[in-house]
Each structure stands twice: as structure tokens, then as C-alpha cells.
Ligand binder design. Structure first.
Ligand SMILES: N[C@@H](CCC(=O)N[C@@H](CS)C(=O)NCC(=O)O)C(=O)O
Length: 205
């Protein structure tokens, strides 16, 4: 399989950690692909017309995107269907946490793009809204930590852990650990997983 890949993308990292959890890391060839909302990648668009990462291409040429579908497809077809619980309400809880983690990464990317516009060009309202939403996500995770820790590792944990790692990478100034001791302790364990260690965030720009 071929993965359109970047060591800076949180959504790619999510998919790569899932690939390691499933045990497929030796079957995926990572192809460094540079994308941005302000530019298009013609070759990538042959596989994914949205020009987004991650995009996986199966050995028979079938493209698979986005990160959710990559994780669920590989978990169902090659794993032991561990990351996506089959039964409700376990499935609801895992998928809701995945959505929260994806949303946190979307927010962080939006905020990053706005910050890169430079002083004077940024929308203060957008930056303030991103900051407040991130704050509320962290509050919620801290408050609901037992719902988070009292179940086996699934796609929800994987996505939230990856999203918090992205805050460390791009938003160190937020000090997200401050005021969130339970989440901090959980994330320290997450960072010890071999799948997470094998897929560090790297700024190769
Ligand atoms: N919902 C998508 C989001 C993917 C996404 O936003 N990827 C970013 C990189 S982290 C991207 O490709 N950005 C390029 C663009 O928006 O044109 C997923 O879960 O895979």
C-alpha cells in the first residue's frame, strides 16, 4: 500500500498510529507529499481530488480517504476490529471521541493558518473563537476523564491523543496541561505506546 504522507500532519499521524496498532506498518510505503489549502497537488489529486492528507492507495489502486475511513477500513479488513467497537453504546462513545479529536485537529489547523497570515491580517474573532473552543474541549475531556480511562484503547483515544500531540507541536504556548492534571496523566501513558513512539511529529520544513 502507498500512503501520501507528511510527518507534520496530525491526520496522517492518526492514520499511521492506527496502522501500527493494527500491525501493518511494514506493508505501507510512505510518500512525502506537501499540501496546503492555498495550493493544489496535481498528482495527489489523481488519488484524492480534495488534495488532502492522509490518502492511502491500496495495492489494487483503490484510494482510501479520509483518516477515519483509512482507520476503520484497515481495522475491519486487517486488524481484529479492535479500534472500532462493533456494539453500541461502546461504538457511540468511541466515535464521539474520535469526532472530538478530529474537531480539535481541524480547529488547530484553522487557527494555525490564521496565525500564519501575520499580524494585522488575522481575524481577531476567528482566533478568539478557536482559542475558546480548544479551551472547552480540554475542559470537557478533563471533566469526563473516567469515561475516557475506563475502557479499552480505541479510535477515540487514538485521535484525542494525536490531537493533544498536535497542540504540543504547534501550540506550545497554550500550555494545555495546565489545569488538566487527569488528561495530562492519561496523555503521558499514551505517549509510551510503541505505535505513538514509532510515529513522532517532525517539522521537516
Ligand atoms: N477530515 C480529513 C482532514 C484531513 C486534513 O485536513 N488534512 C490536511 C493536512 S493535516 C490537509 O490535507 N490539508 C490540505 C488542504 O486542506 O488542502 C481527515 O480526517 O483525513
Amino acid at each position: 500500500m502507498k500512503m501520501h504522507w507528511s510527518p507534520r500532519s496530525p491526520f496522517v499521524r492518526k492514520a499511521m498510529i492506527a496502522i501500527h496498532e493494527i500491525g501493518l506498518q511494514d506493508q505501507v510505503e510512505c510518500v512525502r507529499t506537501v499540501v496546503a489549502p492555498t495550493r493544489v497537488h496535481e498528482e495527489l489529486m489523481d488519488d484524492n481530488p480534495l488534495s488532502k492528507l492522509p490518502t492511502l492507495v491500496l495495492d489494487d489502486g483503490t484510494p482510501v480517504y479520509d483518516s477515519h475511513l483509512i482507520c476503520e477500513y484497515l481495522d475491519a479488513h486487517h486488524g481484529r476490529a479492535r479500534l472500532f467497537p462493533a456494539e453500541w453504546p461502546e461504538r457511540l462513545i468511541a466515535l464521539r471521541h474520535e469526532a472530538l479529536g478530529d474537531g480539535l485537529m481541524d480547529l488547530a489547523l484553522l487557527w494555525l493558518i490564521e496565525r500564519q497570515r501575520g499580524e494585522g491580517m488575522q481575524s481577531e474573532a476567528l482566533v478568539a473563537a478557536c482559542a475558546r473552543k480548544v479551551e472547552r474541549v480540554l475542559e470537557r475531556l478533563e471533566r469526563d476523564i473516567s469515561a475516557f480511562t475506563d475502557r479499552p484503547f480505541d479510535i477515540g483515544h487514538l485521535t484525542i491523543g494525536t490531537a493533544l500531540g498536535y497542540l504540543d507541536f504547534r501550540f506550545g504556548f497554550l500550555n494545555w496541561r495546565e489545569g488538566h492534571p487527569a488528561l495530562t496523566a492519561w496523555h503521558a501513558d499514551f505517549l509510551e505506546r510503541p505505535s505513538v513512539k514509532a510515529n513522532p511529529v517532525v517539522d521537516d520544513s
